[in-house]
Write a protein that binds this ligand. Structure first.
Ligand code: E4P
Length: 218
């Protein structure tokens, strides 16, 4: 399973890249706003800075919600760097835009997926990735992992190349469950990725090894 980091924070992206397990980055308008990035030129410059750090796909989201606007913004984003994946919302014009970009060989990520039917539509339009938001489903009492499993079955039944990019990851258990049910990618915060390192028996065991070594070696 590929690991993407879900942030627009350059220091966190650099830390994840240096950690050695990073396959890509996802951003969204809220994450860009959180970093205080505003204005078209600053936004484009920031996406380019992300591309310069990471080896892998970088999802950059359009703001327009009409077909022409999404094409205009998406082409501008795609021109920035080969790593850019144009992130498009799951709406009717979004599906048309995904079809348009897929025919032009531009990668897309269909965002805000909350049902298997939405994922199927995006795959049929030729999306490179679909992003089911599992944490937000969990928040309202649905099991986000069930949705990943359902989409996995549908994509496998028909041999869709579209990759399942499990989004809205909140914790290490989400990552493990996504891997169990065969998600192609997960995108989450650095904290959830680093939490995979943790186990009390590892910490205690290492402490014991180092204490015993110190005793034996004076
Ligand atoms: C996906 O690409 C989104 O950026 C993201 O995962 C949303 O996560 P949130 O529900 O934590 O905002």
């Amino acid at each position: 399973m590929k690991f993407f980091i879900d942030t627009a924070n350059l220091a966190e992206i650099q830390e994840a890249q240096d950690f050695g397990v990073l396959d890509g980055v996802t951003t969204n308008p809220s994450l860009m706003a959180k970093e205080g990035i505003s204005g078209k030129n600053n936004v484009l410059r920031h996406y380019k800075a992300i591309c310069d750090i990471v080896d892998g796909d970088v999802s950059a989201e359009v703001i327009a919600t009409d077909f022409e606007g999404m094409i205009r913004e998406g082409e501008e984003l795609a021109d920035l760097d080969d790593k850019i994946v144009v992130k498009i919302p799951m709406i009717k014009d979004g599906i048309k835009a995904i079809k348009y970009f897929s025919e032009k060989g531009i990668k897309t990520n269909c965002t805000l997926i909350f049902s298997a039917g939405q994922a199927l539509l995006a795959a049929k339009a030729g999306a490179t990735y679909v992003s089911p938001f599992i944490g937000r489903l969990d928040d309202i009492g649905y099991d986000g992992i069930d949705l990943i499993e359902q989409i996995r079955t549908i994509f496998d039944n028909y041999g869709f190349d579209t990759e399942i990019l499990a989004a809205s990851i909140r914790n290490p258990l989400h990552i493990i469950k996504c891997a169990e049910v065969g998600s192609d990618v997960m995108t989450g915060p650095l904290s959830a990725i680093l939490a995979l390192l943790k186990h009390p028996l590892t910490e205690n065991g290492l402490k014991q090894f180092l204490d015993d070594h110190a005793k034996a070696n004076g």
